[in-house]
Design a protein around this ligand. Sequence first.
Ligand code: ZN
Length: 346
Amino acid sequence: MTLKASPLSFPFSSTPAIGIPSPIRKGIDWCRHQLPFALDHINTWLIEDSGSIVIVDTGIADDISQAGWEKILGGEQRSSEISKIVITHAHPDHIGNASWLHHRTKASVWMTQSEFLTAQAVFEKSPSHSTTSIGALFRQHGLPANDCGSVAEKGDHYEKLVGSLPPSFIKISEGDRLNIGNNSWQTILGSGHSPEHLSLYCEEENILISGDMLLPKISTNVAVWPHSPDGNPLKEFLISIDSFNHLPADVLVLPSHGLPFVGAHQRVKELQIHHEERLNQILSVCHEPKSAFQILPTLFERELDAYQLFFAMGESIAHLNYLCWEGEVQKQESATDQGVVNFIKQ
Ligand SMILES: [Zn+2]
């Protein structure tokens, strides 16, 4: 969802051409890769590591993105070895080329354990991560039965976008420090968008690689999925982004989507306000029992296509679960639609 204009500052006004890294600082380069969605690009990062290069995130596994990587890695200045492939999280635009790059460069893949295992679960369509279970969750939350299969399938492109997964990984944990070149990058783990998302902060450069946890223009997707139907990812997300308030206010944020920006604290505040407003809007209509499907028009003014509905349903459930855990609403079974869960203000 697009938010209002903000007082963030954007020190880099032009974006890198596909396949051509653009310098952020000496030894830190910005690359772009196309995505075939409304979100049409992802940023990835190259960090010099004493004669080799660390890659952070990889794009989806398609011919265009891989041709971009060939150009990046085959370029004159990029003939160095790749020492690490670091993945912020399991979503396909981030992990998509990890296996391909691993086999091409022999570099190890570094990521958190939950993200590695989640990628396996989604890729292998385990029962708790399958299209069937997503359809059943959405049905339980009021999506008309006829739409459940098609909406669940719209979000089911993981295998196609990833191709294959890396066979193994090196585990990254909270508070680890990755020594890259002369700098130390501190790991900051977060959840709510994905189970154990990795961000990286370098004090010497005052740079945060935020992944999807802090984006300048769009609010990060925060959704409930069937492996944890009563989970509270919105609370986890709000707690997680608060950790960025402990970084310097003038930290340069390198996000996965959009332009690098300065104004992390301001952006955290905007997102807190954004979700608070949404929660209040939901409460204002829950004086009568409402399902997650029924509150979609309250949360999303625009018409939603099947692909957007996939993420919107998960977001809607996330906001209702948050209110439920806070004791603001309670669940009850629909009187008219058997098996459907409604939420009503306490
Ligand atoms: Zn993501």
